[in-house]
Ligand binder design. Structure first.
Ligand code: P6P
Length: 278
């Protein structure tokens, strides 16, 4: 597993440089989720594939930016699912973005996830690895990721990050979000899953929600590349992640780009979601 983490660190340094200095324009390509790809999306994906190709323990990779799996090493044991540059359209307005990785063994259901990693490209580059616990690292001026701390969620937080188009919410979801704000929670939502979930983790708790909506009945966020990895991080940090009823990590995607409604947070907030959706 360590050699995979090292490959992710090398990728992060190369991607950070591309973000800062490369062209942020759109390519002519559409990815398998229907998004028009930024040149940076394609470049980030290529960087990660190059670095993972050096790691013998990786059997195959599944990228949000590609329709199908890419085989790497026939004797490898891990499948790595990743979103190379999540929220990339935010780069145009100079907001933080991230890369998300799920390291799977034996398949791509939530139960097969063995570790999760994400990188935040913000004012500083930070990397979080969840395996047994959740460890945070920060890139220093010598290009090294230095350990900062173990991240743990409190039982209850103060932040509320309500995603998706509000006019498409179910009435019960709107009532839930309004009630949480009425209890004094603060709105913290940038439209970037990685910085939004990172902030809640670092501030000790709260709720991030991307529910089923009338325009997206299965939600928008992808199980393998986005939802499972962050669900793993949140559970290891002492929080929870559900699809409204059950654990997200108990789900199995029907295809590599399958999505699910998702709620991530500290236990108190997730209990409120469960009561609302049961
Ligand atoms: P909305 C970015 O495009 C993304 O995939 C996630 O990073 C983010 O959480 C979500 O979409 C934002 O979606 O519908 O709230 O703008």
């Amino acid at each position: 597993m360590q050699e995979i983490y090292e490959a992710i660190k090398r990728s992060a340094i190369r991607i950070r440089e591309a973000i800062e200095f490369d062209d942020t324009g759109y390519s002519e390509n559409i990815n398998s989720t229907g998004d028009t790809q930024l040149k940076l999306d394609i470049k980030s994906d290529l960087i990660i594939e190059e670095e993972f190709a050096k790691v013998a323990s990786i059997k195959e990779i599944v990228s949000e930016e590609k329709a199908d799996k890419t085989p790497l090493h026939v004797n490898g044991i891990y499948g790595v699912g990743y979103d190379p540059l999540d929220g990339s359209s935010l780069i145009d307005v100079n907001l933080s973005v991230g890369s998300i990785f799920g390291i799977y063994e034996g398949g791509y259901a939530g139960k097969h996830l063995k570790a999760a990693v994400y990188v935040v490209y913000g004012p500083r580059v930070e990397l979080v690895i969840a395996e047994v616990d959740v460890k945070m690292y920060r890139l220093n001026k010598r290009g090294e990721f230095v350990f900062i701390k173990v991240i743990q969620l409190g039982e209850k937080g103060k932040l509320n990050a309500p995603g998706s188009t509000q006019m498409c919410w179910e009435p019960k979801h709107k009532a839930l979000i309004d009630a949480i704000f009425a209890d004094g929670y603060r709105l913290r939502y940038s439209g970037g899953m990685v910085p939004d979930l990172h902030q809640i983790l670092l501030k000790g708790g709260g709720l991030f929600s991307y529910p089923a909506t009338s325009d997206l009945p299965k939600g928008k966020l992808r199980m393998i590349f986005e939802v499972f990895p962050f669900a793993f991080v949140y559970e290891k940090a002492g929080g929870a992640a559900i699809d409204g009823k059950g654990r997200v990590l108990d789900l199995t995607p029907s295809h590599p780009h399958d999505t699910t409604p998702c709620f991530f947070g500290s236990t108190t907030e997730i209990e409120r979601v469960r009561k609302c959706y049961e």
